[in-house]
Design a protein around this ligand. Structure first.
Ligand code: ZN
Length: 381
């Protein structure tokens, strides 16, 4: 049912009306911030095109065999493609799900199961940086097989920006000759990182950041249903997480799971220790954040630093409390802005972006944060 999706009325209305008037394209790109429901909507569309008994002619019923099997990621008409860790073989040519080491394979299955339970879940496969060329070859081997006219084979390529050039080239071949009875849906939060040739051959649909209250309602719903990955957090904490999430449901849940207040406090302490040259404290914070190569936590830590300086800009130039994410820390923001009024915020934000990029390039996490601290020290005055 479309009401499995939070908000996104404009995108859903478009898809419904294209389906109803039989004008669905053979390939889509759903783009927008992370955690706003792109994969979730792609899964609903996969159900709709194969639903045996669509409600009002444009809504998956959630009851028929096809809807159920696709929801469980167990349908032969539905394939979910994502980035994978390198396989056992040294030859990258052999990287497919079957070639994963047994521990990676178990983790993959567990993560896919989480995704089937909650389409908003963000897969967590360490070292899965690329969508492998063989994953695209897998699509090619399946998509051209003939199928009963009544069904559509749907392939979702999640986080499609993780395709390298050769994978993108292989995909282009499919997009140039799209087989009948197939539907490709690429989802991405970085549409500018996709080759223009791929973007040009797909119909793009924008997914907007979610409304804060919609996120809160969904979290309360999920808690009531006892969803395992949604923690039972105090109301104020949920509100704070939703406000800081930038309109992302997935991020809100991850904030709650990792203890939003603690990690935010660590981000602020990181700034204070940097300014005071308190190296002992700095190292202790960095160790606690990076843990055993904890990329996710490090990314969120950077996210909070970013949100802090974003708020500083708002305190400085826009006098609208509603726009400030850390509104509960308003006084501290004002004080910080006063004490460091001539800081080079532009370069601070650039340094934070650069640090985030380095995480993706597998640079040692502690090193990234130590370097960041040195840079911030130069820009804060
Ligand atoms: Zn159905």
């Amino acid at each position: 049912m479309w009401n499995n999706i939070i908000g996104q009325d404009a995108a859903i209305d478009k898809l419904r009306s294209m389906f109803k008037s039989n004008k669905l394209s053979h390939a889509y790109i759903f783009y927008g911030n992370t955690g706003v429901g792109k994969d979730a909507a792609a899964i609903e569309l996969a159900k709709l095109v194969n639903c045996l008994n669509p409600v009002n002619g444009d809504e998956p019923c959630d009851k028929c065999e096809n809807c159920k099997k696709i929801s469980q990621f167990k349908s032969e008409y539905f394939h979910f493609v994502c980035a994978l860790p390198a396989g056992r073989s040294d030859q990258s040519d052999n990287d497919t799900v079957e070639n994963l080491s047994s521990s990676d394979f178990d983790l993959y299955l567990e993560q896919i199961e989480m995704k089937a339970l909650d389409p908003y879940y963000h897969l967590n496969l360490p070292a899965a940086n690329n969508i492998r060329i063989n994953s695209i070859r897998d699509i090619i081997s399946k998509i051209y097989l003939s199928t009963s006219r009544n069904y559509k084979k749907v392939f979702i390529i999640s986080e499609a920006e993780k395709m390298k050039q050769e994978a993108a080239n292989a995909l282009l071949k499919i997009l140039e000759e799209p087989p009948k009875n197939s539907l490709l849906i690429l989802t991405t939060s970085k549409i500018n990182s996709l080759p223009p040739t791929v973007v040009g051959r797909c119909q793009s649909i924008h997914f907007l950041p979610l409304n804060k209250n919609d996120i809160i309602n969904k979290i309360n719903d999920d808690c009531a249903k006892d969803r395992t990955n949604v923690p039972d957090a105090p109301k104020k904490e949920i509100e704070l997480a939703a406000r800081l999430s930038g309109g992302s449901y997935t991020r809100t849940v991850e904030f709650l799971n990792m203890g939003i207040k603690e990690i935010r406090e660590q981000a602020i302490s990181f700034l204070i220790s940097t300014l005071r040259n308190d190296f002992t404290e700095l190292v202790s914070i960095i160790r606690s954040i990076t843990g055993k190569n904890n990329k996710d936590k490090t990314k969120y830590f950077l996210f909070f630093l970013n949100a802090w300086f974003d708020d500083i800009i708002k305190v400085k130039y826009i006098n609208d409390a509603d726009k400030i994410a850390n509104i509960d820390l308003h006084e501290r923001l004002v004080k910080f802005d006063k004490n460091y009024s001539s800081s080079d915020i532009y370069n601070i934000i650039l340094s934070l972006e650069e640090a985030e990029k380095l995480i993706g390039q597998n640079v040692q996490l502690q090193l990234i944060l130590v370097n960041l601290s040195f840079k911030l020290k130069n820009y804060l005055h």
